[in-house]
Design a protein around this ligand. Sequence first.
Ligand SMILES: [Zn+2]
Length: 379
Amino acid sequence: MIWNTALRNMSAGSGCRRSAAGRRRGQGRRWIRPLTALALALTAAGTGVLAGGCAGPGEMSGSNGKASDNLSVDGKISVVTTIFPPYDFVREIAGDEVDLKMLLKPGEETHSYEPTPQDIIAIQNSDVFIYTGGENDVWVEDILSSMPETDMLTLRLADCVDTVEEERVEGMKGSAGHSHDEESGEEAHDGHAHAHGHEEESVHEIDEHVWTSPVNASLITEQIADTLSQADPSRSDLYRKNTLAYQEKLSDLDRRFREVADSAKRNLLIFGDRFPFRYFADEYGLDYYAAFPGCAGDTEPSAATMVFLIEKVREKKVPAVLKMELSNDDIANAVAEATGTEVKVFYSCHNLSADDFENKETYLSMMQKNVETLKEVLN
Ligand SMILES: [Zn+2]
């Protein structure tokens, strides 16, 4: 198979499907170029052989060595996801009826993930590829845009819901501007949610953590079911049935969060960490203070941020400081120690530890723990 750069601008589809493959980002991360070139060379050398050997440590389930036919030898389509939430949603919707792989290894920190050449080949050989869309996924768009047109369907989670921009709230380092990109620091930013259409080019500031709201999760599963059905119509009834059952559980979860938030003493969360929970907080009318926004790469808080968080915990008598799973707990520990409170984990579900993966933890099981934690910190 020859990779043809003339195919970089494939025709854009509508809605979630194929949309990413058709949209080309002008600026890819520089380091991805060598990887793309390597993938090209590997692919040219013989896709079949290499695809058979792509079971890296990140492999979650059976691989397949097929080229581009929808159903592999075992009669299943191949589905690849970048991170845990869509992996788990596909698992709920399709069970063992697809060959499913997550690129992120259990325990790996999402924001420092870099695709291996094997990951790139796995994407290329998939029938359905699901990613988030956002600043951590710039590499995805770069790879997709350099792939030849195939039957592969892509689904970008950020296209499945109304997105908002990452937000800087009082107390965050440099809260008057943006941290990721010095040049965009001049943009006026009023600190409130902006509906941000995904057609815009300046999407590098969208908050990609769309799955943190169970309501969004339900919308996402709908789109996943549609995409899987399109790739494998023979199982579409099963996908539909499982999706409806799963949406019932999500709606139950939503009800529980809503009850806790509505009957709580306070509506404030304090994170000694990044804050990937904007969609969650918006959904349940919660306010928050955190050390950093969304997926900020910066993890060194300023002295002013530390003082601010400590004062807020005292002033609002917040009983516990929150942090994410798989994240450094230095800030949360320091704030808790200074205020005589404790640190609690609030699951963002980006990824899970190897143990939790073994123990079959799910988006739902981690979110149920969040319900209990929320009850404690809001009362
Ligand atoms: Zn993130």
